[in-house]
Design a protein around this ligand. Sequence first.
Ligand code: ZN
Length: 351
Amino acid sequence: MTTHDATGKALTVLGPIDPNDLGMTITHEHLLIELGAAYVPPVNEEGERQAEEPLALDNLGWVSVNWASSKDNLVYQDVETAKREVAHYKNAGGQSLVDATTVGIERDPEALAEISRASDVNIIMGAGFYVGPSHPKDFSDRSVDSVTEEIIRDVQVGVGDTGIRCGIIGEIGCSWPWTDDEKKSVTAAVAGQRATGAPLLIPPGRDQKAPAEIVNLIDREGGDLSRTIMSHVDIRIHEREILRELATTGIYIEFDTFGLNTPFQPHALELFMPSDSQRITKVKWLIEDGHLERIVLAHDICTKHRQRTYGGHGLDYIPANVTNWMKIQGITQAQINTMLIENPRRVLTFA
Ligand SMILES: [Zn+2]
């Protein structure tokens, strides 16, 4: 059953395409999601009341800084809303995006295909498994081979009986400390990459050392770092030296939480979150250190409050706002094109 019809192509939910047709591409979003596994119980009585309220203008401020404690905020599965959100991105020049929704957070291949057709935006869908708390009940009992087979089938044949294929393996969820089941999940993802030539997308757990541990495992298992994206680098790595070392491995560095403005991490309030100006500073560090060709950009929208429909910044935030700030900070249009067009094209092309 091994076919390599995707070799040299990017694989979208509507089939393989010439990577030159990808154009502007943001490499980590969620058009539909059920992120209940990320719920954080509120810290006080006011929070307990807000947690049960639907998102509205009069609680948008509270939800924006307690985004993981609003149950309504963590779930959105309306296809028509998603079409409107993607239309904003298209209007701002966007042509393609990666939907990184994997097993455990309600990936929906048919809905993604419908959204892609309606919006005329290429959508690349993810294979594999999200973080431990969202793993299926039998995951601990499954072998690496069985998980690998599922990933390969999702890429080469399609998810279930839909015939709709995954064009990237990930996001493969990892916590800190990194659990054995999550290591198995990444090991299977790497084996899936070796078998299919697909790109990989992996977010590290909440520690500056997590990305390097993941790189070591990918290397050991024979994965292709030049076809792998390390997600969440903007919120995981704050030291220039560690950032430079990671880029030197050849892995793609994803700054993927543009627009997420919260001072601390809701799941670990002792941990600092960068602002967009700090994200841009880190992008400049990498460019100055010679790693422009390893940077990709995204918002990782995974809550309602960041969508235009609910008063948020939307999928057009990078092309409509961030690129302008980058230019004022001395990043050229050619460099922006490298990050938004050329680098995604290279990493999303199947071996
Ligand atoms: Zn994500």
